[in-house]
Design a protein around this ligand. Structure first.
Ligand SMILES: [Zn+2]
Ligand SMILES: [Zn+2]
Length: 319
């Protein structure tokens, strides 16, 4: 259910041009028949899912790996040895058309070791060369390189990028149940995806990168919104209503970025638990454009707002 729901939501996002499919390993050290080993991935042990991502790392689709996963039909590449005997940079290429009529090109290229890549649009041609260091000759040499490898290096590392983002602030959750690990992995994936979408819209709104939220800040904001929106925080027993807000800002400082203490719209405008209180100190009203010094603040948002005969910033701020 969760898998279906996430796939459905991820696919709603318009796709960009450069997409790639790669394996992703969900870290898991326990015992499961689905466990796989992949020495090329940051987490070597775990179970495998196939991921379709763009060059920024956004995941559009994913499938858990099963033993019946379909492979490209009738591909018999030359062996590593055969290619090695032909020299560095040699390759073997196949073309195949699936039942659904999609033509796929597959190239096995031998550099230091063999790599296999497949694509629905890129082939080995036009072939280029790349510069490599030859240890025996102790000099740089030119090695033939199929076009598909060049394109992969330029645009296709999306799944690796998503992997990298996932490792930064992974939810720490220990369980022997592999499906729970998978669930938490998917939550992390959904958060990283949301952040990438946020970045995408920030770019289209021409918000400078310095002003965009880093992944860490974004996660904290999200966590706070999810815990506070739709709730009257005063009702929490034994805990002053503004605690959650304070904790949030303390954590933010650790992320190395000072942010204005105005809560997200989904908290600010949820219409629940926004009550006025008065402080001994005066501070500037937080409604944009208002410079009045006031004692009144919102218990939930923890920001100063004014309300007098002339204006009602308290009301304006919350709607
Ligand atoms: Zn409020
Ligand atoms: Zn005001």
């Amino acid at each position: 259910m969760l898998i279906d729901h996430l796939r459905q939501e991820f696919r709603k996002v318009p796709m960009t041009e450069h997409l790639s499919v790669d394996e992703q390993i969900v870290p898991f050290k326990g015992v499961s028949s689905l466990k796989q080993y992949n020495p090329k991935k940051p987490s070597k042990w775990g179970y495998k899912i196939f991921v379709l991502a763009d060059d920024k790392g956004y995941v559009y689709d994913f499938r858990p790996y099963t033993v019946q996963s379909r492979r490209l039909p009738d591909l018999s590449f030359q062996s590593d040895k055969q290619l090695a005997s032909k020299g560095r940079g040699s390759y073997d290429e196949w073309m195949t058309t699936s039942d659904s009529g999609v033509t796929t090109y597959a190239v096995k290229w031998y550099d230091n070791k063999a790599v296999c890549l497949s694509s629905t649009f890129a082939t080995s041609q036009p072939q280029q060369t790349c510069v490599r260091y030859d240890r025996k000759r102790k000099e740089e040499v030119e090695v033939p390189r199929p076009n598909i490898v060049k394109l992969y290096n330029e645009h296709m590392g999306g799944v690796d990028l998503q992997d990298q983002l996932l490792t930064y602030y992974r939810m720490s959750f220990r369980s022997r149940k592999y499906y729970l690990r998978l669930v938490f992995h998917l939550f992390d994936m959904a958060v990283v995806n949301s952040w990438l979408l946020y970045r995408r819209s920030a770019v289209s709104l021409k918000i400078p990168e310095k002003k965009q939220y880093a992944l860490c800040d974004f996660k904290l904001k999200l966590a706070f919104s999810l815990t506070a929106s739709g709730k009257d925080l005063r009702k929490k027993r034994g805990r002053p209503s503004t605690d959650a807000v304070k904790v949030n800002f303390e954590k933010k400082k650790k992320c190395g970025r000072a942010t204005k203490p105005i809560p997200e719209d989904d908290i600010r405008k949820d219409g629940i638990g926004h009550f006025p209180a008065f402080s001994a100190n005066r501070a500037t009203c937080k409604l944009p454009g208002c410079k009045s010094k006031v004692r009144m603040y919102c218990l939930k948002c923890n920001v100063y707002l004014c309300c007098d005969q002339k204006k009602n910033c308290f009301l304006d701020f919350h709607q």
